[in-house]
Design a protein around this ligand. Sequence first.
Ligand code: B12
Length: 225
Amino acid sequence: MSNSKEALLNRLAQCVVEMEDEIVVDIAKEYIENDFDAYEGIAKGLACGMEEAGKLYEEEEYYIPELLLCSDAMYEGIDILKPHLKKDDTKESYKAVVGVVEGDTHDIGKNLFKIMLETSGFEVYDLGRDVAPVDFINKAKEVNADVVGLSTLMTTTMDNMEVVIDLLKKENMRENVVVMVGGGPISQSFADKIGADGYAYEASKSVKLAKELVIKKRAKHKEVV
Ligand code: B12
């Protein structure tokens, strides 16, 4: 079989869809041995496979057990690719607090967002899933975070993003942090409505934006001081 980059990316995605948690390790190793970019392997290979698995669930071809096996395969692949991610050697240090909002336990997208931030030079504090609003605030305060990244996959929990933003305002912290939001039901218009700073449809597209927003915020802060 061809081992072009495109072919290997397709096979990484296919392994996730087909729950191949052993073969995915071999393909990921082959991908790295060919000197292909690990970041793309995750974003354009494994993550695409997980998105495809999500579609099969919606079409009732897959059920919960299949989905969990798909995510196992995705994480096996990530374990091989992650050590090969090129770290951004920026001199600036950036800190992000990330988590899935209260009531929601879907964390695959949040985990991808976290990996993308880490490769881009962010120090990431991951609060996990089903996180109470006050926990975001406390952690952001403790580490002096530049970014608070909120994820949710459910329409029933998306309003908890606004609760976090309101709490940041109440604690006089809103001007100091960039709030990024994302996940299935989130859109740019929802992000605008709740007063978030940034939204991205895909985790891989969000990191450049996160950095730009932090740089802008820091510059604004300097002007004020
Ligand atoms: C996998 C999955 C599960 C897994 C979750 C495993 C895990 N550890 O995450 C399991 C099987 C456990 C599960 C459980 C449930 N699920 Co479910 N699940 C899904 C499914 C099929 C795929 C989600 C996924 O992982 N996609 C792949 C990832 C890579 O995509 P993503 O999360 O969207 O992330 C990408 C972007 O959104 C973005 N992103 C994500 N977060 C962030 C954050 C920031 C800051 C940024 C910038 C970007 C970003 O970047 C990511 C990569 O590009 C979706 C349907 C779907 N197609 O989305 C339903 C879905 C989300 N689930 C749903 C439901 C209802 C449930 C349950 C309530 C079912 C039940 N009756 O028990 C429970 C949840 C219980 C709870 N309270 O949390 C519904 C939600 C409906 C709604 N109200 O909106 C959905 C939409 C299915 C449906 N159509 O009914 N689920």
